[in-house]
Design a protein around this ligand. Sequence first.
Ligand SMILES: C[S@@+](CC[C@H](N)C(=O)[O-])C[C@H]1O[C@@H](n2cnc3c(N)ncnc32)[C@H](O)[C@@H]1O
Length: 293
Amino acid sequence: MPSLPVLKTLARELVSRERSPRRTEPDLVMDDPEKVAAYTRAGREDGVMAPVYLFHCAQVCEVIRPGDTVVDLGCGPATQLAMVARLNPDVRFVGVDLSEEMLERARAYGAEQGLGNVAFQQADVTDLGFLGDASVDAVFSTVALHHLPDVDHLERTFAEVARVLRPGGGLYLVDFGHLKSEKSIEYFAYQYSDRQPELFTLDYLYSLRAAFPLADFQRLTDRHLAGRARVYSTFLMPFMVVVKSPPRAGEVPQGVRAGLAALRAALPSYHRTDLQDLRTFFRLGGLASPLLG
Ligand SMILES: C[S@@+](CC[C@H](N)C(=O)[O-])C[C@H]1O[C@@H](n2cnc3c(N)ncnc32)[C@H](O)[C@@H]1O
């Protein structure tokens, strides 16, 4: 059962007539060293984002298979990417980000983790010119699209994803969805403010304000990815939105299943509750997470 504040926020979103405007991120590309450091610290696998990273990791593992070439758009400090890459040693990954500051952290983290299957590329997700048409087996992106300045840039990104992804390829794009009420946005932004640096809380607040509405994801998926992916959101309140292809053919390797189970078992109990809430809200919205047991 979700907590009372979450249920109150849900009720507010259902009845609210407010339409909080989308406000562009103050830092479109994250290259302020202090903010990059705060995001990296709070975002590492044992930080406040741990359950969310695990949820997305399990989702990504459904749409990739051994032998693939997979691109992560807006990889940031590569926490999410490294988690997926460690579990999938037979997959080749390319992390893309526009911020050299982030890529430096990502490269250092990849080296620290001894990841031989990850490369990095400085590029704009709206122009993936370094990749040929139908040249990759899967694309994923986690909480990066809200950094784009406007819906035209979001559309260019969708068009690029459709271009570089081979037919039948895997796709998992996830980002925040725009909430109706500023109070709901503030609730989520400050929910864990006692467990994380203030800069991270502010970054989260700006991210939620910059989120694109669910309707934009739906329209652009219909236009560029029809028949290749579906849009899902958390139940009744699109706090998070996912654009996902069907799971790929073939078995998920046993090592991946075992690795996910181990990561889940290692979560502290309060993180397990958060993971359960996220799974419940997505399951009710039509998106199951079978690899999490
Ligand atoms: C909030 S971070 C997400 C990082 C990572 N995916 C994660 O889940 O932790 C968003 C990242 O997107 C990058 N970014 C923003 N606009 C971009 C663009 N147009 N092209 C490539 N990267 C971009 C930022 O530099 C930042 O590293």
